[in-house]
Ligand binder design. Structure first.
Ligand code: UDP
Length: 237
């Protein structure tokens, strides 16, 4: 399957049409952005790392009954995916308080939450992805209440699978963001990516951050951290 036309370029990925109207090619870029793209950089090899990490995690989730848009990883930086009608909601699941949860509500950094918290954000760069609730989502026609319930349920199920998987690899899944689309029959499919760009991983022993916070907080060693995440996915230790 070959790229035909560039149909969308986002911060970290490009989307290409193919000869098959139901299939798209996702290209993972080396660009890194944070704080709604106010901070920008590039990290050679980051696109390939995220492409492989995300494909491996989508495969793992598929094996655990989560439907995804991924058909196959084509090469180092490309995936073939089903075309979906993207739902303009970002679902964030949190196990430990950090980042915007700490800033917004003053919950102490590192607090283990009593249950996995599911949050919704409106996917709109101009508005800087504001946090919303179920009622906002319905009023804005982003999704039906049934779909919203499904997004949260699937988000929590993904959290269960990934938290256990990474715990076995001495990584704590602190929080993550997922996006979903509707397939041909309205079925909800996990889309976009799951990678250190969209998750927080803390080393279970040292507490070291192995995710995009290394870029957000100028900690250095971004690529080494992403490589470490891929290594742990590949070989359980
Ligand atoms: N996240 C993301 N894209 C966004 C916002 C958040 O992938 O546009 C991820 C982020 O990497 C983290 C989780 O969602 O794993 C929660 O992020 P938070 O709201 O704490 O964001 P912050 O403002 O601290 O980056």
């Amino acid at each position: 399957m070959e790229k035909v036309e560039l149909i969308y370029e986002g911060k970290a990925k490009k989307l290409w049409s193919t000869k098959d109207k139901d299939r798209l090619i996702v290209e993972f870029k080396d660009d890194l952005t944070a704080f709604n793209a106010q901070k920008k950089s590039q990290e050679a090899g980051k696109g390939a790392l995220n492409c492989e990490i995300s494909a491996d995690l989508f495969d793992l989730l598929a094996q655990n009954g989560i439907r995804t848009h991924l058909i196959e990883r084509i090469d180092a930086t490309h995936q073939l995916v089903k075309r979906v009608d993207i739902i303009k909601i970002e679902v964030v699941i949190r196990n430990i308080a950090t980042g915007s949860l700490t800033r917004r509500l003053g919950i102490k950094e590192g607090t283990k939450l009593p249950f996995a918290l599911a949050e919704l954000y409106y996917k709109d760069d101009r508005l800087e992805d504001p946090i919303i609730n179920d009622e906002h989502a319905q009023i804005m026609n982003l999704a039906t209440q049934n779909e919203i319930n499904a997004l949260k349920d699937i988000g929590r199920k993904i959290n269960g699978v990934l938290s256990a998987f990474f715990a076995d690899r001495a990584l704590t899944l602190v929080d993550f963001k997922v996006e979903f689309g509707r397939g041909d029959y309205g079925e909800i499919l996990l889309s976009d990516e799951i990678s250190p760009d969209s998750c927080r991983f803390w080393d279970a022993r040292s507490g070291e951050k192995l995710d995009k916070d290394r870029f957000r907080q100028d900690l250095g060693g971004v690529k080494v951290a992403y490589e470490e995440v891929l290594k742990r996915i590949k070989d359980k230790r």
